[in-house]
Design a protein. Structure first.
Length: 84
């Protein structure tokens, strides 16, 4: 079973894309926790290939998931930061 780190040392502002992953995923780094500055819906791709939409995320939320992509289609949330 995987676990999430409680602190991060890498950050990246995310521009949603339907085709491009963040670029930092590896076998030991299986995705990023996401911070959503301005809430809304967030469609993400997990390291394992799961494609899901998180609905109605509030402003200033952390999603403790292992995301490798934020899709532009079906994403209304903005000010997204990935943390590794």
């Amino acid at each position: 079973m995987g676990h999430q780190k409680l602190q991060s040392n890498q950050f990246k502002t995310i521009t949603p894309s339907d085709t491009e992953n963040f670029g930092y995923e590896t076998q030991t780094n299986k995705g990023a926790v996401l911070f959503v500055g301005t809430g809304g819906d967030l469609r993400v791709l997990s390291f394992n290939g799961d494609d899901v939409v998180f609905k109605n995320i509030p402003d200033g939320s952390f999603l403790p998931i292992q995301a490798v992509r934020v899709f532009s289609t079906n994403t209304t949330a903005t000010d997204i930061v990935a943390l590794w």
